[in-house]
Design a protein around this ligand. Structure first.
Ligand SMILES: Cc1cc2nc3c(=O)[nH]c(=O)nc-3n(C[C@H](O)[C@H](O)[C@H](O)COP(=O)(O)OP(=O)(O)OC[C@H]3O[C@@H](n4cnc5c(N)ncnc54)[C@H](O)[C@@H]3O)c2cc1C
Length: 402
């Protein structure tokens, strides 16, 4: 059977399938795992931070501004709210971070799958695509044992991050075989490996500020709850440094950790002079490590960690690098090399900050690619009524819990 075939039943693939099917196209999804969109269940610590109301060009690392403007212009965060509201899912918004109102990632996955079923999207689970060949005015999609015939193909097979969810990067070879180029790949948003005495405080969580330096040059500063692990540090502030660390190997990198960012060194000294010592300010096991230093209060404000690398693709949330953006049209996500071929999601060279930006790109690129593949036209945006906007505003309930 021909029609539109979507490779990968993850966030971007299901969004693309829904957008194409809503335009009346005959849509099939090929997914290698036994169930689609398993990764969504793990997102946002099981709550799925599916977009962010505060979004601009800087939310995506090194992505050309005309590319970001192209997708944010027609698919801003409100479009993600409308897209899910159209499937019966309401958000909860804290400090701009958007989750499903149920605070369960399963609601997001469930809404996508129910809509696919309603729109008669066929999902072939347990089917790995091993090759795609352009034939005449269509494509042969090779899988183990069967070749599917497609009129148009949307590749939404993700990257190499967290292969436990089916994303082992196997589609990069297929993309190259079609004439596309893939930029250098590295783990984005992953833990930082560093040999340091603080690893003995593994399991401790503390609000800290992390400054990443190359020599004396400050590259980036992040702040929030970090987790100390047996290999180094993790948590959003640490993970947000992974991409820069991967791409600046050999640059005399150093992370300066401030474990008590809201107190001065003198204030720490006066508090830690009491019976509790530093354990009144930071978790006891971290306090024990800091108390071994010559000046514990100074170390609490300025603790040097030497990053040896990241915790790798196995633990990364996203892949940095992917299909070269210059080879795709940012208005349609169509290939500029192969007619009838489209891309969506993490397989493209777009990676965002931690906080809903990566899933937002998956929905935006998925909807735009799906619409264009089905209609041959450029997606012009979603109409959002005043009533819906007012409803979304009422979904804002104050600060972020995590
Ligand atoms: C633990 C974790 C937490 C995260 N939390 C968040 C968050 O809260 N907010 C946020 O914005 N982002 C988050 N992310 C990132 C986000 O999940 C991804 O950026 C997003 O899922 C990418 O969507 P995608 O559809 O492009 O790829 P994926 O969701 O990775 O889907 C790709 C699909 O393609 C399938 N596939 C791969 N190769 C083949 C093949 N050869 N044949 C057939 N099928 C194939 C895979 O099995 C997979 O189902 C998180 C990631 C992880 C790992």
């Amino acid at each position: 059977m021909s029609g539109i075939y979507v490779i990968g039943g993850g966030a971007a693939g299901l969004a693309a399938a829904i957008a194409a099917a809503r335009e009346g196209a005959d849509v099939s999804v090929i997914e290698r795992s036994e169930k689609p969109a398993r990764k969504i269940l793990a997102t946002g610590g099981g709550r799925c931070n599916f977009t962010n109301m505060r979004m601009d060009r800087d939310s995506y690392y090194d992505c050309p501004s005309e590319y970001v403007s192209a997708f944010l212009g027609v698919f801003p965060p409100e479009s993600a709210l409308e897209f899910f509201f159209s499937m019966g899912l309401l958000p909860v918004i804290r400090d701009g971070y958007v989750y499903p109102r149920s605070e369960e990632a399963a609601s997001v996955r469930g809404a996508l799958l129910a809509e696919c079923e309603k729109r008669r999207v066929r999902i072939h689970n347990n089917t790995t695509v091993t090759g795609i060949v352009r034939t005449g005015d269509g494509f042969d999609i090779q899988t183990e044992g069967y070749t599917y015939r497609a009129d148009r193909v949307i590749i939404a097979a993700g990257g190499k991050a967290s292969p436990v969810f089916g994303t082992d990067g196997s589609c990069y070879g297929i993309v190259r075989s079609l004439g596309h180029h893939v930029s250098s790949l590295s783990p984005g948003l992953s833990g930082i490996v560093c040999k340091s005495p603080i690893t003995s405080a593994s399991g401790s969580r503390v609000t800290a500020s992390l400054g990443l330096y190359a020599g004396e040059r400050l590259l980036r500063i992040t702040r929030g709850e970090i987790q100390i692990t047996d290999y180094g540090v993790s948590g959003i502030p640490a993970m947000s440094l992974a991409r820069i660390i991967s791409r600046n190997k050999g640059s005399d990198l150093r992370i300066c950790a401030d474990f008590v960012p809201n107190l001065t060194e003198d204030e720490i000294r006066s508090v830690s002079g009491t019976r509790c010592g530093l354990s009144g300010l930071v978790p006891a096991r971290l306090a024990a490590v800091l108390s071994q230093e010559a000046d514990p209060a100074a170390s609490a404000k300025n603790y040097n960690l030497i990053p040896e690398g990241t915790s790798g693709f196995d633990n990364a949330h996203v892949t940095s690098g992917g299909v070269e953006l210059s080879e795709t049209d940012p208005a349609t996500f169509a290939s500029r090399i192969v007619p009838g071929l489209f891309f969506a999601g993490e397989i493209l060279d777009v990676d965002g900050l931690c906080g809903g930006y990566n899933l937002h790109f998956a929905w935006a690129s998925g909807v735009m690619a799906g619409f264009s593949a089905a209609t041959g036209r450029t997606f012009a945006g979603m109409e959002i009524s005043d009533e819906h906007r007012a409803l979304f505003e009422r979904c804002e309930i104050g600060s972020r819990r995590s």
